[in-house]
Design a protein around this ligand. Structure first.
Ligand SMILES: [Zn+2]
Length: 177
């Protein structure tokens, strides 16, 4: 009999690297991600290259004041507008989600609240789902690596509701695999 310890998944090692990461590099990464053509005020005015921040948030995020009077930062008008994590933590959070790390593991690794992180995971998943492409494929043929199965969604219903799949399978004879 196989021992459960062999079957059990190995716990992933926690390896905090926040202190080794450069805040400015993470800020620059997020700036490019959200504003590939450069940071600008919601009114459309582009941020001047020599403009100094108007203030900093507690999480060190620089905020700029536009001539129109609005104060904005790289997350203004985005899904991260209310986030309180610093840029290093945000980059590591996105990396962790993309790598499929569990919320519990990631919350310990980043030393942040499990519930807060779980909320962000759900918010981002919801955002990704709402913004998914629903455009039909351009051709009639679909290769297996082009198929993206949506978890939890059922396929097209069988036309005969009184003929469930199990019953149909049992009717088949001489089925050799
Ligand atoms: Zn403005």
């Amino acid at each position: 009999m196989v021992k459960m310890s062999i079957l059990a998944e190995k716990p992933m090692l926690q390896f905090p690297i926040q202190d080794l990461m450069d805040y400015d590099s993470c800020y620059a990464y997020l700036l490019k991600l959200f504003h590939p053509s450069g940071l600008h005020c919601p009114c459309g005015t582009k941020l001047g290259t020599s403009q100094k921040p108007h203030k900093y948030r507690k999480n060190k995020l620089p905020c700029y004041k536009c001539s129109c009077g609005k104060v904005f930062n790289i997350f203004t008008g985005t899904i991260f507008s209310k986030i309180h994590y610093d840029c290093v933590t945000i980059v590591l959070m996105l990396r962790g989600f993309a790598q499929g790390k569990t919320t519990l593991h990631l919350s310990k690794e980043l030393s942040i609240s499990y519930n807060g992180l779980l909320e962000w995971r759900h918010r981002l998943q919801e955002f990704a789902f709402e913004n998914r492409s629903i455009a039909p494929l351009v051709d009639d043929q679909v290769e297996s690596d082009e198929v993206f199965q949506n978890a939890g969604e059922k396929g097209v219903l069988h036309p005969k509701q009184d003929d469930p799949p199990r019953k149909r399978a049992n009717k088949k004879r001489d089925r050799h695999l």
